[in-house]
Write a protein that binds this ligand. Structure first.
Ligand SMILES: Nc1ncnc2c1ncn2[C@@H]1O[C@H](COP(=O)(O)OP(=O)(O)O)[C@@H](O)[C@H]1O
Ligand SMILES: Cc1ncsc1CCOP(=O)(O)O
Ligand SMILES: [Mg+2]
Length: 267
């Protein structure tokens, strides 16, 4: 059954899903505040001693490789085991996966574990799809349009819904695709908003039957809130608190108004 973003936001706010977010040191506080503002219940639980057990009580797990180290990686695989054992979705954020041999190896092993959703910027998705990427560090340096074909191929080969973000976002499961407009140029000037969006994809996946619908709803929530926060913001600093307020103020009706456009999928 397909659920529109407004229905999913209503479900999220009615029963805030517990989401186990394994994210980086930069994002932990920012992402937790984004999740609370949007209506979800985040828990930044990553140690291998408890990650699998915690995943058994969470509605979804999110895994982000931003500040990578062997202890983080052990916790990620434990949490994924827990999510899979409990039949719960898990979301991968391949931060700067093109940058080093260590990141490339870790991210390949994570993709092989079958993420429900992969959310990254265009440079990261191009790299995961085996194409040339202009990415250097964590920032996207390629247009989303350049990653659309690779995103469809990655979705088909991995079985994940792939969400590529940037000025206009693109979501595909290899068969369906949409573009989502909105947001603000101040968003890429605020660190960890992509990481926070990955956590929100987990929250929507916890309440959705279809991971494609979940990714679209999470990205639409950000697009609508970003556009609202942009009004009256004079720079990235004043944008940040307005964005939190806007995430909380977004209504289900806001999510059904115009940000989401079907995109053709070539055979
Ligand atoms: N130029 C832009 N205009 C509007 N929204 C943007 C722009 N760049 C990024 N965004 C939005 O910022 C959020 C984070 O995306 P992105 O910056 O691509 O991720 P990351 O931080 O992982 O690189 C997404 O909601 C995306 O739509
Ligand atoms: C700056 C930085 N360095 C390692 S992780 C990280 C945060 C990246 O956040 P995002 O991908 O959401 O911009
Ligand atoms: Mg990122």
């Amino acid at each position: 059954m397909s659920h529109a973003p407004d229905t999913l936001l209503t479900a999220l706010r009615a029963t805030p899903p517990l989401v186990q977010c394994i994210t980086n040191y930069v994002a932990m506080n920012i992402a937790a505040n984004v999740m609370l503002a949007a209506g979800a219940s985040p828990a930044m639980v990553s140690d291998v001693e408890e990650a699998e057990e915690f995943a058994g009580i969470a509605g979804a797990v999110t895994v982000n490789i931003g500040t990578l180290s062997p202890p983080f990686v052990a916790g990620m695989h434990a949490a994924i085991r827990g999510a899979r054992g409990a039949g719960r979705p898990w979301v991968l954020d391949p931060v700067a996966c093109q940058a080093t041999a260590y990141r490339r190896a870790v991210v390949q092993a994570l993709v092989a574990e079958g993420p429900t959703i992969i959310r990254g910027n265009a440079s990261e998705i191009l790299s995961l799809a085996g194409e040339a990427s202009r990415g250097q560090g964590v920032d996207g340096r390629d247009p989303v349009a350049a990653a659309e074909e690779g995103a469809r191929r990655l979705a088909r080969s991995s079985g994940a819904v792939v969400a590529v973000t940037g000025e206009v976002d693109y979501v595909t499961d290899g068969e369906r695709a949409v573009r989502i407009e909105g947001g603000s140029p101040f968003m890429p000037m605020n660190t960890a908003l992509g990481c926070s969006l990955t956590c929100l994809c987990g929250a929507y996946a916890a309440v959705a039957e279809d991971a494609f619908d979940a990714a679209v709803a999470a990205l639409a929530h950000f697009a609508v809130a970003g556009a609202k926060a942009d009004e009256g913001a004079s720079g990235p600093g004043s944008f940040a608190p307005r964005f939190l307020d806007a995430l909380a103020a977004v209504t289900p009706a806001d999510l059904s108004r115009g940000a989401i456009h079907d995109a053709a999928v070539p055979a």
